[in-house]
Ligand binder design. Structure first.
Ligand code: TYD
Ligand code: MG
Length: 454
């Protein structure tokens, strides 16, 4: 039977697009210098007529589909992001900057899990001695967890086949290598091939495989896009500069909601779960200052209270700046145009800076109104009431659109002591709330009118 030869292709480490020839810029995502050579194995020929080699066709309703059994990680925040725990036979990729705390978090998980399950932690980056001393310092239970310092994929697979663990952590995917692939560890080819190899192994042996990947927010080396179609669940551990809080966000999940947010604090005792994140992200000082507004966003399945800050200042030089940290910069520019067009307030000669306190990133539109009111509060140098909570999506015609889970957001705010709220008209509660005055407004002008009465 004729076999096609092994070919080479060029894959973008950022978006995963494949190109036949090398080029300086990826024509798919327009990133520069992200293409690298990969070997593409021979494509097996379709085997028509070979009985037994094809999978049987079944009716979908005859396929056995038990509600997938979940293995709890013993860490509630991690379980939340996973959608209820680890699913046997699945592959999870945990990405994050070096030093974010991936190894610490997974070591904590593994030592706890190993009390009731077979768990293997394979480290290719740290020595076993380093791992043991870290685990001792964190006072984790050491007995039960199997560890190995290994980077060869075939050897690790051998360990998995003999020891049959329920959960395997591979720290990290960048140091793994496979025989027969003449490419350095960490290169796109190696990462792709080893990840594919372990994905097959996970399905065959019904083992949970957790891959650790050093992935920067920009995508970095052998970015998640190269792996995304293979793995079942991808989560990013974010470590905002200078903050001891770490947020774990689900980016893809075949077994649960995406965009779930888990919050941890890196302490000298390892990663501690933060059960009530609203309380930490909303720690405001005693001083009331203009430019600060509290909002409540919806992260996955729960509300999160955060403080937005804005600073408006006369243009220092050149074009006016619009800088947003933790928020969408384009939306900020858009809202300023809406405010100009529909309320006649222009910031054309002002620089505008906006920030989410605590280093969380807001990925939904519910913070639109709060952002604009923070900007206005700074511009007018007027302090907004401390017990005011604001949310709502702003449309281009200046209308305020309702957001999902409005009632739960209001309840969360009331629980944290907020006494008044400005929200989209359609999000106002049907019955008055006992401890909170809620102003439902239909558009931006309406919101400004309410504020002028404070
Ligand atoms: P680590 O888990 O090694 O990060 P990663 O595997 O994502 O690269 O975490 C390393 C950082 O965490 C390091 O800067 C030190 C800090 N750290 C603490 O602050 N407290 C601790 O108890 C531990 C174990 C680490
Ligand atoms: Mg590490």
């Amino acid at each position: 039977m004729a076999r096609s030869k092994t070919k080479t292709a060029f894959v973008c480490s950022d978006c995963g697009a494949e190109h036949a020839k090398w080029q300086g810029q990826c024509s798919s995502c327009a990133e520069w210098n992200t293409l690298s050579r990969v070997s593409v194995g021979p494509v097996p020929e379709a085997r028509v007529g070979f009985a037994g080699t094809t999978a049987q066709i079944q009716k979908l309703n005859e396929v056995k589909a038990d509600e997938a059994e979940r293995i709890s990680t013993t860490l509630q925040e991690l379980d939340r992001v996973l959608g209820g725990g680890l699913v046997p036979g699945s592959v999870v990729l945990m990405g994050g900057d070096p030093g974010a705390g991936k190894s610490t978090l997974l070591l904590q998980m593994c030592t706890q899990l190993a009390r009731s399950r077979g768990v293997l932690y394979v480290t290719g980056e740290e020595s076993l001695h380093q791992m043991a001393s870290r685990a001792r310092r964190l006072e984790l239970p050491l007995d039960g967890l199997d560890v190995a310092a290994e980077t060869r994929a075939e050897v690790i697979a051998g360990h998995i086949e003999t020891h049959k663990p329920d959960v395997v952590v591979l720290d990290s995917v960048q140091v793994l290598q496979m025989d027969g692939i003449d490419s350095t560890p960490g290169s796109v080819t190696q990462v792709r091939e080893t990840a594919a190899f372990f994905t097959r192994l996970a399905k065959q042996t019904n083992t949970v495989i957790v891959l650790v990947g050093h992935i920067t927010k920009e995508g970095g080396l052998a970015g998640p896009k190269v792996l995304e179609h293979m793995i079942d669940c991808f989560m990013m551990l974010d470590s905002p500069a200078g903050s001891r809080y770490r947020t774990l966000r689900g980016q893809k999940n075949r077994f649960g909601a995406v965009n779930e947010l888990g919050v941890f604090a890196m302490t000298d005792q390892g990663m501690k779960e933060v059960a009530n994140p609203s309380a930490i992200f909303l720690q405001r000082g005693d001083l009331d200052s203009p430019g600060s507004v509290a909002t409540v966003t919806w992260e996955g399945t729960r509300p999160l209270l955060v403080e937005l800050q804005a600073l408006v200042d006369a243009v220092a030089a050149g074009y006016p700046k619009r800088v947003a940290v933790g928020l969408d910069q384009q939306r900020l520019a858009m809202h300023l145009a809406v405010m100009h067009r529909h309320c006649g307030i222009t910031l054309a000669d002002q620089d505008v800076f906006a920030n989410v306190v605590g280093g969380v990133r807001i990925q939904e539109t519910g913070a639109d109104l709060a952002l604009l009111l923070a900007v206005l509060s700074s511009f007018r140098d007027r302090v907004l009431p401390r017990d005011l909570i604001v949310f709502g999506e702003l449309g281009l015609t200046g209308e305020l659109r309702p957001v999902a889970n409005g009632q739960e957001r209001l309840r969360e705010a009331a629980k944290h002591g907020f006494k008044q709220a400005v929200v989209p008209y359609a999000n106002r509660p049907k019955k008055p709330l006992p401890d909170m005055v809620v102003h439902g407004v239909k558009n931006l002008a309406g919101a400004l009118e309410v504020l002028s009465r404070f």
